[in-house]
Design a protein around this ligand. Structure first.
Ligand code: ZN
Length: 133
């Protein structure tokens, strides 16, 4: 399921949504704060421009909300249900998890957002070779 051709591949690994050949981000590590959300201008394999229109990735904020909620479930279950911690301790566990995972959540939201609009095209590299030569 995590192989080229599936949206999940592009979403989880931050690959170009059209060709799945290379990362959209300038750095692989999301915790390098100065470049967490820094994208390459376009894919060098297929030529897809990642910033489809000005402020395109503002829409990813809508996606980051449910992803953030999904990230709160494990700390809630671990601290409140399994360890029987108080609600205050659970609150801090959830808040800490969200703060620690913020770069990952932001990148996942961007990946999901661009994958709403761009589909995988297995023939795009052949087309790109024909047009560029
Ligand atoms: Zn590409």
């Amino acid at each position: 399921m995590l192989k080229k051709g599936y949206k999940l591949y592009s979403v989880l690994l931050g690959k170009c949504p059209r060709c799945h050949e290379e990362s959209m981000y300038t750095t692989k590590n999301p915790y390098k704060m100065s470049t967490t959300l820094k994208l390459n201008v376009k894919c060098s394999s297929c030529g897809l421009k990642y910033q489809i229109e000005p402020s395109f990735f503002y829409g990813s904020m809508y996606v980051s909300y449910p992803i953030g909620i999904a990230f709160t479930v494990p700390p809630f279950i671990i601290s409140h249900v399994l360890c029987k911690a108080s609600l205050l301790i659970t609150f801090f566990a959830i808040t800490g998890t969200l703060i620690l995972c913020l770069p990952v959540i932001a990148r996942l939201a961007r990946n999901v957002w661009i994958n709403f609009f761009v589909n995988y095209d297995k023939d795009v590299l052949k087309k790109h070779e024909n047009t560029s030569s």
